[in-house]
Design a protein around this ligand. Structure first.
Ligand code: PLP
Length: 405
């Protein structure tokens, strides 16, 4: 039998009540749910890699709204595509054929350079993962999922269940909907005990995002693929954060030379227009039945126009090469001041810091540079737009030097 979870498991006992975090009293007349800690910055507009705050100051954006703004802001091709689609027809559901949807699906499969045969468009990363899990259960008729320690897959009942540490921190549901176990990161010797003939799928972010911009070991990923094949389980790559060009390849699967059975994409997929996709190989797609999966907004024409514009820009502006170049620049020029080392892949980069990453984050923001943090308190996470240039890397270098160690 597959090992039971040490964290978000199917057992009631493992689920602790989420801690009550003290929230500041809502500001007067702020009706927004008080669930997000906010950075001390208020954005009014944005262009390229720059945010403009409400005080009229420019802030260099190395965070891209949680890895979403891959093309940066006010990208002319993307804004024109959305405006044109809004004029043409802003919405029809999947019950009605539309060329823009068919084109987006074809373009996404071709862009992936992987042998997928079907795309199911949805609205968010969690929804894409949720549907991937459902397909894994449908295909294999098994009930266990293996995930990786330090993973993040979303906030729904199913995706929270496969997210490392969610049970202790925020899961909130009385029990998880299926059996889950977590494989220690990069531990090849632990795989066999977790991935057995009870396992429907292994889900993995090949480059972990929230967990600390950590690229997983290629041997570990290869061993996951081999073990899945051995026991008849499916391999799901969650590329919600690391996909769509962010690692300097269309998807991280390509970076590692691996073929997952399913792949999920979101975030930079729409450059800020909410959308996500589940890509399936023929083995998975043959199990699809009418009405098995569904969505109202998924695959809407605005989302599909955004997806096509994103792929068009990545290809025509050679952004994959640019991501590789800029990432190499950061790696070679920005290990100084409080930065001890870099990790991750492409522009999903972690800067390992000598002092708490939060302090470095705040010091950068004082110098009008917005970065991100992660679940690893010593890792500052960079998820900038792909159009970042050498001159912006220089601004980061100077700021880090100024902050000092
Ligand atoms: C790897 C990964 N998977 C899934 C999700 C969930 O995506 P969403 O917030 O769009 O539901 C995230 C969000 O950060 C993510 O980083």
């Amino acid at each position: 039998m597959a090992k039971k979870s040490t964290s978000a498991s199917g057992s009631r006992a493992a689920l602790k009540a989420p801690p009550r975090t003290a929230l500041k009293a809502p500001a007067a007349r702020d009706f927004q749910a008080q669930v997000f800690a906010r950075y001390p910055v208020e954005v009014a507009s944005a262009s390229g890699v720059w945010l403009m705050n409400t005080r009229g100051e420019r802030i260099l954006d190395l965070y891209g709204g949680h890895a979403v703004a891959g093309l940066g802001y006010a990208h002319p091709g993307w804004t024109a595509a959305l405006a044109a689609q809004a004029q043409l027809c802003q919405f029809q559901s999947n019950a009605v054929a539309m060329q823009v949807r068919a084109k987006a699906a074809r373009r996404l499969v071709r862009f992936s350079k992987l042998p997928f045969s079907s795309v199911f468009f949805v609205n968010s990363g969690a929804e894409a993962n949720e549907n991937a899990l459902k397909m894994a259960f449908t295909v294999t008729r098994r009930s266990h999922i293996a995930a990786i320690e330090h993973s993040f897959h979303g906030r729904t009942a199913a995706t929270g269940a496969i997210t490392w540490g969610a049970a202790a921190k925020w899961y909130g549901y009385p029990r998880t909907p299926f059996d889950v176990s977590f494989i220690p990161r990069d531990d090849v010797s632990a795989i066999a005990a977790h991935v057995t003939d009870a396992t429907a799928a292994v889900i993995v972010e090949p480059v972990q995002g929230v967990g600390g911009a950590r690229d997983l070991n290629a041997d570990f990923l290869r061993a996951l693929r081999a073990r899945c094949d051995q026991v008849g389980a499916l391999l799901i790559f969650d590329e919600v954060q690391c996909g769509m060009g962010r690692v300097g390849e269309p998807f991280a699967a390509k970076l590692f030379g691996l073929q997952p059975d399913m792949l999920t994409a979101a975030k930079s997929l729409g450059n800020g227009f909410p959308c996500a996709a589940l890509l399936m190989t023929p083995r998975v797609a043959q199990a699809l039945q009418l009405d098995a999966l569904g969505t109202t907004f998924g695959g809407g024409p605005m989302a599909c126009a955004a997806i096509e514009a994103v792929i068009e820009a990545i290809e025509s502006e050679q952004l994959l090469a640019r991501v590789r170049h800029t990432a190499a620049q950061i790696r070679s020029r920005c290990v100084l001041g409080p930065v001890l080392a870099t990790q991750g892949a492409g522009l999903l980069m972690g800067l390992r810091t000598s002092r708490p990453a939060k302090e470095v984050h705040a010091a950068l923001l004082e110098r009008n540079i917005l970065a991100g943090t992660s679940a690893d308190p010593q890792v500052l996470r960079l998820l900038p737009p792909y159009v970042l240039g050498d001159e912006h890397v220089e601004l980061l270098r100077v700021a880090l030097l100024d902050i000092g160690d």
